[in-house]
Design a protein around this ligand. Structure first.
Ligand SMILES: Cc1cc2nc3c(=O)[nH]c(=O)nc-3n(C[C@H](O)[C@H](O)[C@H](O)COP(=O)(O)OP(=O)(O)OC[C@H]3O[C@@H](n4cnc5c(N)ncnc54)[C@H](O)[C@@H]3O)c2cc1C
Length: 418
């Protein structure tokens, strides 16, 4: 990175937003020798009581694990806490339909890991600090952008200026860079809020991730390796307000009932948090000089735990495209380069957004014939080995074309690998 006086800092790629997705992209590009600047408004949390589980957790797929391994952060995450889940049980509150997924059926040790977002972010943030060719500008924010045919010029709140071959918006759902570029999004409110908390069940969860679909929304009980569960309880905004207003004891009673006592009584809860749920997709992921990744590009219902996994795939795909262009001496920010990224990711993300939306609608419906049909469908899928195997491999992100970073080989950017 050079500081060229009047033009300010000059870099190959400037990333606005150092959440999980922005950090994965930063590591991936820096690891391949590009000059990177990452602008983040807030340092990650560094210390927390060892027994405390963060309210925000994510189910990380195998593909995400592989990426984090290839970036050299998975081990550090493991030292903090990652909780494998070996089975998944999904059932319909209306009727008897249910389906079980077991990692051993496809010869895998687990289906994925439940990880606190702050663990992933801190491990990535520390890794970013090891690169001489990456500068973390924090705390800082982008206040003005000017996009050019093959690059971008940025002004930061600190007064610094940056000249980049490519600007990437990775600031999550409210991405200011996306708004400054005038990129609109399509989507709708789900009319659901998700309540999250860490809870203590009476019965051992046995590393099974459980999800019960109720007409008002799904309740997920995600296993933490010390026996606790992280819950994501999606329901109508009014019902979420009511549940959030309850004393702990009353909340626990309702939670036990909503979980059909599958883990016995839920005996204790930590603090609760609530998130409104929206489906969103940016109408474009790229413009000359700019690309969007992660929640800045899309927002998905958490019922399948795919949000950050899709974001990591965005980052990995963009890294492939940018590294290739860099090696070939082509412009990083030109539309010709960036459209390859958009083509690879927009369709895949829309397909996942659509599938989850359909799922949500299907299970919110109380229509008796439809209820019978979905119960039948769950039952049939449960006894069909091949269908279940496909679903498992897909959810783990282990099917189809994968960007280089998501392949289990020493990372050869821009191609090669398995
Ligand atoms: C209840 C719930 C449960 C979920 N469960 C799962 C799950 O199980 N699995 C899964 O894959 N996904 C899950 N998700 C989705 C997942 O949390 C998101 O997809 C993920 O956090 C998006 O990461 P990101 O880095 O794109 O954005 P964010 O996590 O929003 O990070 C954005 C970063 O940008 C920074 N920033 C913001 N504005 C600026 C600015 N102006 N300048 C500089 N920096 C800025 C922020 O400080 C932050 O660090 C869940 C979401 C919810 C709400």
């Amino acid at each position: 990175m050079t500081d060229s006086g009047r033009r300010g800092l000059v870099c190959d790629v400037a990333i606005s937003g150092g959440g999980m997705v922005g950090c994965v992209l930063g590591c991936a590009l820096a690891q391949q020798g590009l000059q990177v600047a990452l602008v983040e408004q807030k340092e990650p949390q560094r210390d927390w009581p060892v027994e405390e589980v963060d309210l925000r957790v994510s189910a990380l797929s195998r593909a995400s694990q592989v990426m984090l391994e290839n970036l050299g952060v998975w081990e550090a995450m493991g030292r903090m806490r990652v909780s494998p889940y070996r089975r998944m049980q999904v059932w319909d509150a209306v009727g008897k339909g249910s389906i079980q997924f077991d990692a051993s059926e496809i010869g895998e040790p687990d289906l994925g890991h439940i990880v606190e977002n702050r663990v992933t972010r801190l491990a990535l943030w520390e890794r970013l600090g090891e690169f001489d060719n990456l500068e973390r500008l924090c705390p800082d924010r982008v206040v003005q952008i000017s996009l050019e045919q093959d690059g971008a010029r940025l002004e930061l709140m600190s007064g610094r200026t940056l000249q980049a071959g490519l600007l990437v918006g990775a600031e999550g759902a409210l991405s200011p860079v996306r708004d400054m570029a005038g990129i609109t999004s399509s989507g709708w409110d789900y009319d659901q809020h998700a309540i999250v908390a860490t809870v203590w069940p009476e019965i051992d969860h046995e590393a099974v991730a459980r999800q019960r679909f109720m007409p008002a929304g799904p309740l997920a009980l995600l296993p933490i390796d010390d026996g606790r569960c992280s819950i994501v309880w999606s329901t109508s905004p009014d019902e979420a307000d009511r549940l959030m207003g309850l004393e702990d004891e009353a909340f626990l009673q309702e939670l036990t009932a909503a979980s059909e006592s599958v883990l016995g009584r839920i005996t204790k809860t930590g603090p609760r948090g609530v998130f409104p749920l929206r489906l969103r997709n940016a109408d474009r992921y790229v413009m000359a000089g700019l690309a969007l990744v992660g929640d800045a590009a899309h927002g998905i219902h958490p019922l399948a735990g795919q949000g950050v996994n899709l974001g990591f795939m965005d980052a990995a795909e963009l890294a492939d495209v940018v590294v290739k262009a860099h090696r070939a001496g082509r412009s990083l920010g030109s539309l010709a380069t960036l459209r390859r990224y958009e083509r690879a990711r927009k369709g895949a993300n829309i397909a996942m957004l659509g599938a989850m939306d359909l799922f949500k609608r299907l299970f919110s419906n109380r229509n008796p014939p439809l209820t019978r049909l979905r119960n039948l469908g769950l039952g049939m899928a449960d006894v069909s080995g091949p269908i279940k195997h496909i679903i498992m491999r897909r959810a783990m992100g282990m099917t189809g074309e994968r960007p280089t970073l998501a392949r289990r080989v020493p990372w050869q950017p821009g191609g090669g690998g398995l």
